[in-house]
Ligand binder design. Sequence first.
Ligand code: ARG
Length: 256
Amino acid sequence: MKISHQLIAAICSLAAFFPTWTHARDWNTIKESGTLIAATEGAFFPFNYFEGPKLTGFEVELAEAVAKEMGLKIEWKALAFDAQVASIRQDRFDFAIASHGYTEDRAKAVDFANPHYCTGGVIAAHTDGPLTVKALQGKTVGVQVSTSYLDNAKKIPGIKELKTYKADPEAFSALKARKTDAWISDKWLIKSTLEKNADAGIVSGEQVFVERVSMILNKNNTDLKEQWNIALVKVMSSGNYLKMSQKYFRTDISCN
Ligand code: ARG
């Protein structure tokens, strides 16, 4: 039988359209392997960042503690923040923990575990810059791409220009160099970043919105989500969570 060229071409273009034809690893498979495969970004200080070649931070330590409760180790993958939701849908790893705030849009694409911290987006600017939502009128604002800061900044009327950056440190650098007038990011990240860069002349201002942050995973991976949630409760009630929260933030950032 002769297969037509058109048929071959059609099959090839279908294969290109679905480059990773994979399935979410179910809980039993994960448990048997002994290792969770997790993604984070590595550029969201102090939640997930690199110390030399090593991934660390509050979320990295927390995920490792949760995994330990589950009797598992974690194999980390560092991935650009804006690629994470799509990569989960392609089952490139079991979950991502990179400060994803719950949004209805994201919840259409992926599942959210129970929140591991509560936070919000705040404005940062030079001491003489716009530090309130109102003062952002006519100003240039920098935010990380694909974030809730971008979504919420879009709702602020009168902003002259929204500049997006691949990662948050670039948005901070742009503000320092006065390429933007203000930066919107996570309230704990801004606090920690400004403490570490006290000579930058940048201060934090008004809070723009609140959000609850969770690890995200593929839909229909309910067992993994439940196991994570159970282990998270244990890490939170054992005092281990508080110890990590105090270490990174000198306060309890949980939603309790
Ligand atoms: N919390 C924000 C959001 O949900 C930003 C998260 C950015 N995370 C990161 N690792 N850069 O959109």
